[in-house]
Design a protein around this ligand. Structure first.
Ligand SMILES: NC(=O)c1ccc[n+]([C@@H]2O[C@H](COP(=O)([O-])OP(=O)(O)OC[C@H]3O[C@@H](n4cnc5c(N)ncnc54)[C@H](OP(=O)(O)O)[C@@H]3O)[C@@H](O)[C@H]2O)c1
Length: 292
């Protein structure tokens, strides 16, 4: 199979690059900015013609969309760009998938929910995004569903890795020197190691399970944590000198509102694909050890 990966320099994309090295399928990696690594093609998903050309010339069977406008705070002042990438760009991917009979694998977010529940969100729960980022991701989902293409949408949460800017890297840097760091304790969700989601997607493709059971699924690591819990675990596992101090969202004002609770129910993805999802603490520990 020929697999197109967009946004291949992001967290998820970088993990897929590593896995693809041991694949029998042919992966075509594309990226937007930066110095493309060897054999990476420039592709802006907002350019429908360029996308169409790549899908046709490379005879693409599966598109894995790792690209997104992900800056939750900036999106509040930059809704046109957030929507351009997360809705229009995603619409281009869905249209290309439909035209070339390819399967689209797309990643969405727990931020499509408002967080008023206090039990895990399942796929049937009504989305109600609190901000522009969540709204733009939700409209991307709707565009895919309306397109009539074969799709998988995996909503995930709180992704971290050793690549790019993410909460893990920020905490390692802030807690690397003695002193207090305030971290919110009243937003609860699940940290997800980008490598876990990449591995799941990679196996879906290589096992050919990618050809059936299309639809919308939730996939994050297992367990529940606040950002404070996550920061404490990072500090403990890395042996960092900084002290994590809990605070409330009201004390740590951010441009965009975030859900207070966004744990995802993974029953459907586990039942459908027989996947065994690791607990977030187990994955974090493995990741920290691999960094040493
Ligand atoms: N990170 C999280 O906590 C989180 C949580 C829930 C869901 N998700 C979703 O998971 C997916 C992967 O996230 P991630 O953390 O791996 O993302 P990421 O590290 O922010 O990478 C996103 C990539 O998309 C690229 N990109 C942006 N606009 C583009 C465009 N118009 N055309 C092509 N590429 C474009 C970026 O390019 P540049 O390198 O040039 O900027 C970047 O490489 C996204 O759909 C995201 O919404 C992420």
């Amino acid at each position: 199979m020929n697999v197109l990966v967009t946004g291949a320099n992001g967290q998820l994309g970088m993990h897929l690059r590593g896995l693809a090295a041991r694949s029998e399928d042919r992966y075509v990696f594309t990226c937007l900015h930066g110095t493309p690594e060897a054999e990476t093609i420039y592709l802006d998903i907002c350019n429908g013609e360029a996308l169409d050309l790549i899908c046709r010339s490379e005879e693409i069977d599966v598109i894995v969309n790792c690209s997104a406008y992900n800056d939750v705070n900036r999106a509040e002042d930059d809704s046109s760009m957030a929507n351009m990438v997360n809705r229009t760009g995603v619409g281009n991917l869905a249209a290309a998938a439909k035209k070339y009979n390819a399967v689209l694998i797309h990643i969405s977010t727990d931020y499509v929910f408002d967080g008023r529940k206090n039990t895990p969100y399942c796929e049937q729960d009504a989305p109600a995004p609190l901000g522009v980022y969540g709204e733009s991701k939700l409209s991307g989902e709707k565009t895919i569903i309306a397109s009539g293409c074969k799709y998988f949408i995996f909503r995930t949460s709180w992704m971290y890795s050793g690549y790019r800017k993410n909460f893990y890297g920020t905490m390692v840097s802030l807690l690397g020197t003695p002193g207090e760091v305030k971290v919110v304790c009243d937003q609860v969700g699940t940290p997800t190691y980008a490598g876990d989601l990449a591995e799941f997607i990679f196996r879906l493709i290589s096992s050919r399970r990618v050809n059936s059971d299309f639809g919308l699924y939730h996939y994050s690591d297992e367990g529940v944590a606040s950002w404070y819990d996550f920061a404490c675990a990072i500090a403990r596992l890395k042996g960092l000198p900084g002290k994590v101090v809990p605070c409330r969202s009201l004390e740590y004002r951010q441009k965009a509102a975030r859900p207070h609770y966004s744990v995802l129910d993974k029953s459907l993805v586990k039942k459908t694909f027989g996947v065994c999802i690791p607990h977030w603490e187990e994955s974090l520990e493995k990741f920290v050890k691999s960094q040493k």
